[in-house]
Design a protein around this ligand. Structure first.
Ligand code: DX5
Ligand code: ZN
Length: 224
């Protein structure tokens, strides 16, 4: 099953509810919320109050991608604000097992994220407990960047490990996903596709979402 996770990072923040509604009308099934702290990544975005407002504006799962240091400190706040899925970066979690269990203790799905320079092998001891793995296909911090193709073999590897070991995690990809790149990530095994610029960057968000989803679905039929 393919999910399109519309990333509000590229949306018009003054009209978030409308933008979410348009993406939803085009088939987006998840709303991706990028949380940045100006330390782990060189940008600042939004926090729990915006998640709380979004919670009232949509029934879709809110996928909170925490690009922050010390995520343990804020997990409860995001869960209380209405997050359904919470992901943390491997690079900032010295006690990753504990952090993932903390997310689960708040009844959220727990995800782990790896940057382009972080190998899949660093996740080996948590793959049995995560609900999803998010493979970054850009260096996090900004929307609208160019897709880094090294993500493709990582997605493939995660799909292989899952079938070899009988795990259940889903595979998400984030960064530079558009009509030109969606085919290869889906064929490699990605199931949750984050897209910001390709949905909200220009033109009509509904049409953009629907075109991307159609391309993703047809690529999923070509998986070997
Ligand atoms: C980047 C964020 C992404 C971003 C993707 O740090 O994690 O979710 O919104 O944007 P696009 O789809 O524009 O590359
Ligand atoms: Zn993201």
């Amino acid at each position: 099953m393919i999910d399109l996770a519309a990333s509000i990072l590229s949306a018009d923040f003054a009209h978030l509810a409308d933008q979410v509604e348009q993406a939803t009308a085009g088939g987006a099934s998840v709303i991706h919320v990028d949380v940045m702290d100006g330390h782990f990544v060189p940008n600042l975005t939004i926090g729990p109050p915006v998640v709380k407002s979004l919670r009232k504006a949509t029934r879709l799962p809110l996928d909170c991608h925490l690009m922050i240091e010390n995520p343990d400190q804020y997990i409860e706040n995001f869960a209380e604000a209405g997050a359904d899925w919470i992901s943390v970066h491997q690079e900032v979690c010295p006690h990753l097992n504990r952090t993932l269990h903390l997310i689960k203790s708040h009844d959220c799905l727990a995800g782990v994220v790896i940057n382009p320079a972080t190998p899949v092998e660093t996740l080996s001891e948590v793959l049995d407990i995560v609900d999803y793995v998010l493979v970054m296909s850009v260096n996090p911090g900004f929307g609208g960047q160019k897709f880094i193709s090294g993500a493709v073999h990582k997605i493939r590897k995660l799909a292989e490990i899952r079938s070899q070991r009988g795990y259940a995690y889903r595979i998400e990809v984030d960064g530079g996903v558009d009509l030109g790149t969606v085919g290869e990530v889906v064929r490699a095994g990605a199931e949750i596709l984050v897209a910001g610029n390709a949905v909200f960057g220009k033109g009509d968000a509904k049409q953009n979402a629907s075109a991307l989803l159609e391309a993703a679905r047809s690529a999923s039929l070509q998986r070997v």
